[in-house]
Design a protein around this ligand. Sequence first.
Ligand code: COA
Length: 145
Amino acid sequence: MPVIKTPVTREEFKVYYALRYKVLREPWGHAKGTEKDDYEAISEHFMAVDEKTGEVLGVIKLYEKAPGVGHVSHMAVSIAHQHKGIGRFLVEAVEKRARERGFKTLGAMSRVTATAYFEKHGYHVAGIPTPHLGTTHLVWMEKEL
Ligand SMILES: CC(C)(COP(=O)(O)OP(=O)(O)OC[C@H]1O[C@@H](n2cnc3c(N)ncnc32)[C@H](O)[C@@H]1OP(=O)(O)O)[C@@H](O)C(=O)NCCC(=O)NCCS
């Protein structure tokens, strides 16, 4: 059973960023450090953790992009645990938090290969795809909460 945790300690942040790097950057040969952006300090960070083993199964973060608009980013599920509902669990947790914070709109810069995934969760494309790190394109998707 996964539970949502927020990384607090240095070691927890290490594992959190390592999963991001492993899933979102390493497969394309991107350098260490590219798994972080300029918004880490103002973001809330969430991890789906296996309650029994403590293993970090997936990660996601949330910050306020503009008044009333939340921005979800760097969502990644460990390769061994994909397609088991962890992504859904993370999206639902972050949407709950966004509502608590009073956000009216929630969005993400989705990889163009993941737009169908976000559409399943009620998001629609609301931007123009832009190149990202030279290997993929991202497009803004959003939903009203
Ligand atoms: C995309 C991702 C976050 C989904 O998390 P997950 O835990 O594997 O997905 P869930 O178990 O919640 O949902 C599985 C469902 O989503 C679908 N799905 C998974 N990845 C998808 C994708 N890229 N595009 C469309 N559908 C996708 C599955 O086919 C499955 O559908 P079904 O329920 O009809 O069988 C995860 O696969 C991942 O980390 N992928 C690599 C990184 C990435 O693309 N991150 C998103 C960045 S914008």
